[in-house]
Design a protein around this ligand. Structure first.
Ligand code: SAH
Length: 252
């Protein structure tokens, strides 16, 4: 059993979520009560659905706050004020919605696509996007290798996100095709990933990207996390991504 605070009212949910409000203030994010209440609803629904559908291994309340919510919101360290106010993104392999849903809850002007290949996850995502009123988000069930060939998704996004998706070279192939030229790809990695990142430099270049910076997250509880920020500087050649499975099986 997971320990879940017994919440009976809006006031109680705000009280339970107070540690999140404090933690995100260190990221320069202010959350009002209505936003905290939505974060609570998201937690409750995810843990409930998780009994029937395998959405996440992280279900303890404190862990959800730190490892899912705060970690997702740490992506904002790589975003300009303009992107935070109206940037479009695709979250590739979003799973139960991380990092895309917390970002949209914190920055309601942002919007875009939550992508996952697993139908059970996208059914949950459709439900939660609806009940949280996230009308700027749409949910797509597909593989990145296929969706990246669709003209309405290829090279159109300001930001491409992905957490826990693949090693850096495969990650680059699954994400860079979605970014517009001038856009950003943000990989959430561990701080000790420098070899993996160096080994992906050829792939990043082939796909039209350039390593821009590595940001150490350094928030409490996330000391080993880093953001690898890649800028798209050239269009991605149409031969990428290769067919489903190839990016991970045989990384560039
Ligand atoms: N981003 C989430 C989930 C990580 S698990 C989090 O950090 O919590 C990786 C997810 O990516 C899984 O849900 C899996 O279904 C999805 N996935 C893996 N390869 C994919 C691909 N090629 N296209 C789309 N989704 C993919």
């Amino acid at each position: 059993m997971t320990s879940q605070p017994e919440i009976v009212s809006f006031e109680d949910s705000i009280k339970a979520m107070e540690p999140l409000r404090q933690a995100v203030s260190a990221l320069g994010i202010e959350l009002v009560d209505a936003q905290l209440d939505k974060f609570y609803t998201y937690y409750k629904e995810m843990v409930d659905w998780n009994q029937r559908v395998n959405l996440t291994g992280i279900t303890e309340f404190q862990d959800v706050l730190t490892k899912h919510y705060l970690d997702s919101l740490s992506v904002s360290l790589a975003l300009s004020d303009e992107l935070k106010s109206n940037g479009s993104f695709i979250d590739v392999g979003t799973g139960a919605g991380f990092p895309g849903i917390p970002l949209c809850l914190a920055f309601p002007g942002m919007g875009g696509t939550l992508l996952d290949a697993t139908g059970k996850k996208t059914i949950f995502l459709e439900y939660i996007v609806e009940i949280l009123g996230l009308d700027r988000l749409s949910v797509v069930k597909d593989r990145a290798e296929t969706l990246a060939m669709a003209p309405e998704h290829r090279e159109v996004y300001d930001i491409v996100l992905g957490r826990g998706l693949a090693g850096m070279a495969a990650f680059a192939e699954l994400t860079l095709p979605f970014a517009k030229v001038g856009g950003l790809v943000i990989a959430q990695k561990l701080t000790n990933s420098s070899e993996e990142i160096a080994a992906a430099s050829n792939a990043i270049e082939l796909l039209g990207g350039e390593l821009k910076e590595i940001i150490q997250v350094a928030q409490k509880g996330l000391e080993n996390r880093a953001l690898v920020v890649v800028k798209k500087i050239m269009p991605t050649p149409m031969r990428y991504p290769r067919r489903p499975g190839s990016p991970s099986k045989n990384p560039l």
